[in-house]
Design a protein around this ligand. Structure first.
Ligand SMILES: Cc1cc2nc3c(=O)[nH]c(=O)nc-3n(C[C@H](O)[C@H](O)[C@H](O)COP(=O)(O)OP(=O)(O)OC[C@H]3O[C@@H](n4cnc5c(N)ncnc54)[C@H](O)[C@@H]3O)c2cc1C
Length: 382
């Protein structure tokens, strides 16, 4: 398929990957529409913090012309890292230098705002969940949205995350449970309300790992800490464990039980956290997840390579995917060549990262933890 003069490009999903794709296309004079399920930019708190890595997320931000602005709002000190065992022994510590820019942290909400504010009005169509997508001949596809509207596009990019509706056009793969479930907890105003937790977490992230369990906490801006209780539990555990996560008193008591024997300063995270316990079973796509290039459709980010957060790379890769796909579209004479070029780089890179994520999860939430994670941190030296 030759590249139409003004190709109609649909990006399904306005996460970090889809928005980066739209932004880099825009900077190259190519228009695209992002169809996003959420009703508005403020429909869901974005929460959490992400490190933007020098060889992926930061490369994408440079291609998007947003790197300088990113430096103004990111937190280099967020690169601090601590590793404890369940007894509270500090085994590894990295203190970031003031000029260290390897992986500065940025709140997810700030990153999303940065990308959204860089897009022309109307590029993101809020409240437009994709319901179905089907081939319309000639390599084009017809997308049908929940509001009943439909459109035909020269290229459809599935940037719609873990449970992508676009993915079945290229692959029958579906995410599988990794064996680990996170329960997300949060603490506000830690420096004033919970100075002991503030000291434990420090300026960046802390991991406490032992006996197939973990407590992982990250400082966000404005004294907010987001933490994850990690448990190796069977598939479906959230429904069968008998914990009512909507009853904060009961959930807190049961989780404190699960961490009986852990150091009091670590259990303080569970004692002090706000009344919000959000279970998140972790899923991943098979490794490798690959497909033969199809005309008029491709995937990026979690839709292409959902992996456990133990890679620490999901958002970074999604953004790099988006930037590289945009650059390929602007450089290639036709869309098929651009998609082929993009997938030839993206798929092997995702394979390697997904292997790392699986290994990272297996060694972090393990009976001999934190041995493997400690070796990994020491080998990276940071
Ligand atoms: C606990 C946790 C911690 C993490 N920590 C990190 C980290 O430190 N660093 C890092 O790099 N990564 C991290 N990740 C991974 C990261 O969150 C994801 O890899 C990243 O968000 C993927 O970006 P994406 O744009 O591909 O998809 P998403 O961020 O999932 O965005 C997909 C978008 O598509 C929309 N959508 C979905 N379905 C439809 C539809 N049918 N129609 C229209 N729109 C739709 C969604 O509303 C969403 O806005 C973490 C993940 C978890 C779970």
């Amino acid at each position: 398929m030759g590249r139409p003069k003004s190709p109609r490009i649909a990006i399904v999903g306005g996460g970090p990957g889809g928005l980066t794709l739209a932004r880099v296309l825009q900077t190259r004079g190519i228009s695209a529409t992002v169809f996003e399920r959420e009703a508005s930019p403020t429909a869901r708190p974005q929460g959490g913090t992400l490190d933007m890595q020098a060889d992926s997320g930061q490369v994408a931000l440079r291609a998007a012309g947003l790197y300088e602005r990113f430096l103004e709002i990111s937190r280099p000190e967020g690169q601090d890292l601590r590793l404890f065992d369940g007894e509270g022994t500090l085994l590894f510590e990295h203190i970031a230098g003031s000029d260290e820019q390897l992986n500065p942290e940025i709140d997810r909400g700030d990153l999303r705002r940065l990308l959204l504010e860089s897009l022309d009005p109307g590029v993101v169509q809020w409240g437009r969940p994709l319901r179905a997508i089907r081939p319309a001949g000639d390599g084009r596809h017809e997308a049908v949205f929940d509001d009943g509207s439909a459109g035909t596009f020269d290229l459809v990019v599935g940037a719609d995350g873990a449970w992508s509706r676009v993915r079945p056009l290229v692959s029958p793969a579906t995410p599988g449970y990794t064996g680990v479930t996170f329960i997300e907890i949060r603490l506000d105003d830690v420096d004033r309300r919970h100075p002991d937790v503030a000291r434990l977490v420090g300026r960046g992230s802390m991991f406490a790992l032992s006996d197939n369990k973990g407590l992982i906490a990250q400082r966000n801006s404005n004294g907010h800490v987001r933490a994850y209780v990690a448990l190796r539990v069977p598939d479906g555990w959230v429904d069968t464990c008998g914990i009512d996560f909507d009853d904060p008193g009961a959930a807190r008591a049961r989780l404190l039980d699960a961490f009986a024997g852990w150091a009091p300063e670590l259990r303080a995270l569970l004692r002090a956290c706000d009344d919000s316990f959000a279970p998140r079973p972790l899923y991943a796509l098979p490794v490798p997840h690959t497909w033969a290039t199809r005309p008029g459709v491709t995937l990026l980010g979690d839709a292409a390579h959902l992996m456990s957060p133990f890679s620490g790379q999901g958002a970074n890769l999604a953004m790099l995917d988006g930037a590289e796909l945009a650059l390929a579209i602007s450089a290639c004479p036709d869309l098929d060549t651009a998609v082929r070029k993009y997938e030839a780089t993206m798929l092997p890179r995702a394979h390697e990262a997904a292997l790392g994520a699986a290994e990272g999860l297996e060694s972090a939430i393990a009976s001999d933890a934190p041995r493997g994670t400690l070796e990994h941190m020491r080998s990276r030296g940071g």
